[in-house]
Design a protein around this ligand. Structure first.
Ligand code: ATP
Ligand code: MG
Length: 385
């Protein structure tokens, strides 16, 4: 009897001709996630298994697999040769000695003479004979004995089905550039787009000395936390103070955030181009603050040529907080360090800005020069959990 973990793949099942590409991306992501643990990934028709690991490592392997996008569920299992008596003995040994149970059989190996129902009946009978305190109940059972008879002459027996993330393997949808602040929303936005298959790069705007070293460390920590799901993240930290000074001196105070956001977009697009990213990602949610009204988003968006993905656009803050707690970023996000947006924050930012007015302020600025200057001071961090 060998211990193994059965991996069920999610939406990849729907893929046609390029299914091979999705599967090989998933395999490589699983191996990355399990780096440092001795084990083997075995891929057979429509199934993947982790095998040849030490029992002590099983909880850690399970924990890491539950964070890999593209996996819908996993089951710790034992693997035995496909012989009725061997299977029945194994079932009897693994499962509780008393209680109500049912046996469910999936028979992919069509060479067997018996039907699934017949095999289930035979296994159930042997289990009953071995322990008198067991009873069969197909509807109100305490445990279910799942028997998966595969084509390769091996049978997998499991009882637990642990739900995983679902989604698509990171990397199979291309690269995205995430605007990562130290807040609650943007890490969740990055997590959500990685779940749809994007490999995440991130950019953070830092207003030293108005924002502290700790504020930067916090963002690095957030990138590490989401890298448990997204894989390694390259984070660009861009000095933003010079741009904020220039804006403060030349723009009407109500328009400062609007113009600042347009600079963020321009710089993100440049970094996106350098890193082969096909989209920008933000944590914006419609109406959450003045800079996230439809008009504000229109004015910010108008400097971008790439598509801007806003996965949280229709989410309430409470729903976003729930996800951030679930993925483990919430506690870091609420640490009280200033973000660059709060440094020169006007009391009454414009709620319905127009592109024309924003452009009229920008005419007074050396937009290209400021962008180049900021990019020349960029710091790069490789963030990995
Ligand atoms: P978050 O919780 O993500 O900080 P927020 O509710 O504080 O969001 P804003 O401050 O208006 O909202 O920011 C909206 C979006 O702009 C953020 O989700 C993020 O994508 C981006 N953003 C804001 N500040 C920064 C920053 N300093 N560096 C990089 N991106 C930023
Ligand atoms: Mg913020």
């Amino acid at each position: 009897m060998e211990r193994t973990i059965l991996i069920r793949i999610g939406e990849i099942f729907l893929k046609g001709n390029n299914k091979g590409f999705f599967v090989s991306t998933l395999k490589s992501n699983i191996m990355h996630a399990l780096a440092g643990i001795e084990c083997a990934l075995v891929n057979t028709q429509n199934r993947m298994y982790i095998e040849k690991y030490s029992g002590e490592d099983e909880p850690e392997i399970i924990e890491r697999l539950t964070k890999v996008f593209g996996i819908s569920s996993i089951s710790p299992a034992v693997k035995v040769k496909t012989e009725l008596s061997v299977i029945a003995d194994a079932c009897s040994d693994i499962f509780p000695e008393s209680g109500k149970f049912r046996v469910s059989v999936n028979r992919a190996d069509k060479r067997l003479p018996l039907t699934s129902m017949e095999i289930a009946g035979d296994i159930g009978e042997i289990m009953l004979n071995k322990k008198k305190n067991r009873t069969v109940d197909l509807y109100k059972y305490d445990f279910e004995v799942n028997v998966d008879i595969r084509e390769n002459g091996m049978t997998y027996i499991y009882y637990d089905k642990i739900p995983c993330q679902g989604g698509l393997p990171v990397g199979c949808g291309g690269n995205g550039m995430l605007l990562l602040s130290g807040g609650i929303d943007s890490p969740v936005a990055g997590y959500m787009m990685a779940k749809r298959g994007l490999k995440i790069f991130a950019v953070h705007y830092h207003s030293f000395p108005y924002t502290s070293e700790q504020a930067k460390e916090k963002v690095i920590e957030l990138a590490k936390e989401i890298s448990a799901y997204c894989g390694e993240i390259t984070l660009f930290v861009v000095p933003f103070t010079e741009i904020q000074y220039a804006i403060k001196e030349n723009c009407k105070i109500e328009y400062m955030i609007t113009v600042m956001r347009r600079f963020m977009m321009r710089i993100a697009e440049r970094l996106a181009a350098e890193n082969n990213c096909g989209a920008i990602i933000t944590g914006e949610s419609l109406g959450q603050v003045a800079s996230q009204t439809m008009e504000s988003i229109t004015v910010t968006n108008s400097v971008a040529k790439l598509p801007v993905f806003r996965p949280l656009i229709a989410f309430d803050k409470t729903d976003i907080i729930e996800i951030s707690r679930k993925i483990g970023t919430y506690e870091t996000s609420i640490l009280p360090y200033e973000d660059c947006c709060t440094v020169f924050l006007p009391k009454n930012p414009v709620i319905r800005p127009t592109i024309g007015t924003a452009e009229s302020f920008e005419k007074k600025l050396d937009v290209d020069g400021l962008v180049e200057n900021a990019l020349s001071g960029v710091e790069v961090y490789r963030c990995k959990y």
